[in-house]
Design a protein around this ligand. Structure first.
Ligand code: ISL
Ligand code: CA
Length: 531
């Protein structure tokens, strides 16, 4: 397994990974929808940002009921994104820039238009009947998108299970034929040189073979439409052996699996459990920071829970935004947005683990307000006005102050955030003090300082730093994040040189105290090292 040169790590531990929602990144053919040639056109920008790998949300053939998370052909590129040659070109151009491509594997379910499901539903004795979950009698399992998880099929009078939309029938992972078929679909792309997969809701793959009802229960955030403890339709014990089998497939290619672990309980230990002893998923998303209030002690508590739960031979990752949740700056940016964005950027890039940057996070994009008639996300359509849906975090990338923010020449599929004239890539590329410039400084710092990629993570002893400061060490580097709007000061052992500050100051502190300005993040190291 080729290792990272100066830290002897596999590439997926030392990389900065960037999530692209292809539909919203760059349109190249004037249909208002982002596509693969558009991404290829932006590879120099991503290389300059310091991105080592890009994760593409699904690009495969799909009826788009869930915008690509309902796949009807795992080997075909959906025409809206381009052709197979467009993908080959993207892969080649990315490779020329030493940028790896990671695909989005949606294997808990297929589209109801996938040939596998068409055959399965055609008759009760079809050889593929048992590739999906068919029952005569329903139990109480629910769909995440609301309502019962069972849909009656008139052709045979039986019900099939769907964790999400009715157009997303769940595969039956108890059937070994399903596992080998999915592995074949994965190998098809690994053989073409992709570097791995983000795996959609992997902790849903198996369901209780006895179809036992979930008990009633209130999770930490009871969803009015789903008051049950999901113990029989998720997180089943068979998953860990499956992850070990899939890990050995990916390791044949030096490829990586990052798993999405959906958890009502928002328990970081669940995500850690699917890493096993470094023999299951390479990486697994813990979303708890997406639900944590802007508070240094709460952030530290969540980080400790997750990092403490990870086996010493496994590896963490850090994510603050994605295509399903409100953007981090929308959650935290009620005030001092720019300063808080920089504190989050330092956290993302310096805490131990692989950082995942969501497109637009590097320029401080926030959720756009989507009018009811503009909503396209099925979740938003169903739960308006209680749930805005996911469109607000999926609006077009803001490239310039030009028409449609330089994303497209046509009417964009979702409205561009009205703030694009002042929040866009072009204006920030001209400004050495912009969030974009700061993010690039951070990716460069990671390249220059192996400690930031490979060293352990030690939090400051409680009580040794002010309550509003999150402090941790990576090797001999000290990182201090002031979550408050007040000046703070932290005691340090001996003189320090400030390597990077979010308030753009780099001086040496001889006093044994590091003053922190409001909402400032500081990376420093003892002067003694002299590096
Ligand atoms: O989107 C959500 C509401 O917050 C989550 O419940 C989300 O549905 C869940 O995290 C699973 O997400 C993944 O699977 C879904 C797809 O809609 C999401 O976009 C994907 O990230 C079904 O494939
Ligand atoms: Ca297009």
């Amino acid at each position: 397994m080729p290792m990272n040169s100066d830290t002897n790590q596999p590439w997926w531990q030392s990389s900065v990974i960037y999530q692209i929602y292809p539909r919203s990144f760059q349109d190249s053919n004037g249909d208002g929808i982002g596509d693969l040639p558009g991404i290829t056109r932006r590879l120099d920008y991503l290389q300059d940002l310091g991105v080592d790998a890009i994760w593409l949300s699904p690009i495969f053939r799909s009826p788009m009921h869930d915008f690509g998370y309902d796949i009807s052909d795992y080997r075909a590129i959906d025409p809206v994104f381009g052709t197979a040659n467009d993908f080959k070109h993207l892969l080649r151009e990315a490779d020329h820039r030493r940028i790896r491509i990671i695909l989005d594997g949606v294997f808990n379910h297929t589209s109801d238009e996938h040939p596998w499901f068409r055959e399965s539903r055609s008759s009760t004795d079809n050889p593929r009947r048992d590739w999906y979950i068919w029952r005569r009698k329903r139990n109480n399992w629910r769909s995440i998108f609301g309502g019962p998880g069972w849909e009656k099929d008139d052709a045979t009078g039986e019900y099939y299970f769907h964790s999400f939309l009715t157009q997303q029938p769940d595969l039956n992972w108890h059937n070994p034929a399903v596992e080998s078929a999915v592995v074949d679909e994965i190998r098809y792309w690994l053989d073409q040189g992709v570097s791995g997969y983000r795996l959609d809701v992997i902790n849903f793959f198996f369901k209780d073979a006895g179809f036992r009802n979930n008990p009633f229960g209130l999770g930490p955030t009871p969803r009015p439409y789903d008051l049950q403890q999901h113990i029989y339709d998720r997180n089943r014990p068979e998953l860990h052996d499956l992850m070990k089998r899939m890990r050995s497939v990916f390791d044949e290619y030096d490829a990586m699996m990052v798993g999405e672990i959906f958890s009502e309980t928002r328990d970081a230990r669940l995500a850690a459990s699917y890493l096993g002893a470094g023999d299951q998923l390479h990486l697994s998303f813990d979303f708890s920071l997406m639900y944590t209030p802007w508070d240094a002690r709460r952030f530290e508590a969540e980080l400790r829970t997750y990092h403490d739960a990870i086996h010493p031979d496994a590896w963490p990752c850090t994510v603050l935004s994605n295509h399903d949740q409100p953007r981090s700056l929308t959650r935290f940016g009620k005030r001092d947005a720019d300063r808080r964005a920089r504190v989050m950027a330092v956290l993302l890039m310096t805490v131990r683990g692989t950082p995942f940057l969501y497109y637009g996070e590097e320029i401080g994009m926030t959720d756009a307000r989507i009018r009811r008639r503009q909503i396209v996300d099925p979740l938003g359509k169903r739960y308006w006005p209680f749930h805005p849906g996911r469109d607000p975090a999926r609006t077009p990338m803001q490239w310039s102050a030009g028409e449609h923010a330089g994303f497209t020449t046509a009417q964009p599929w979702l409205p561009v955030h009205p703030g694009y004239p002042h929040t866009n890539v072009d204006s920030q590329l001209q400004d050495g003090d912009s969030l974009l410039a700061f993010t690039r400084q951070l990716t460069r710092l990671r390249r220059e300082h192996p400690e930031l990629r490979a060293a352990g993570l030690e939090f400051a002893e409680s009580g040794t730093v002010p309550p509003d400061v999150l402090a941790y060490r990576r090797g001999d580097m000290n990182i201090f994040l002031n979550f408050s709007h007040r000046n703070q000061s932290v005691a340090v052992a001996g003189p320090q040189s400030i390597i990077l500050s979010s308030r753009q100051r780099t001086e040496t502190e001889m006093s044994g105290q590091i003053p922190l300005q409001p909402c400032e993040a500081v990376i420093c190291r003892p002067i003694a090292t002299g590096r």
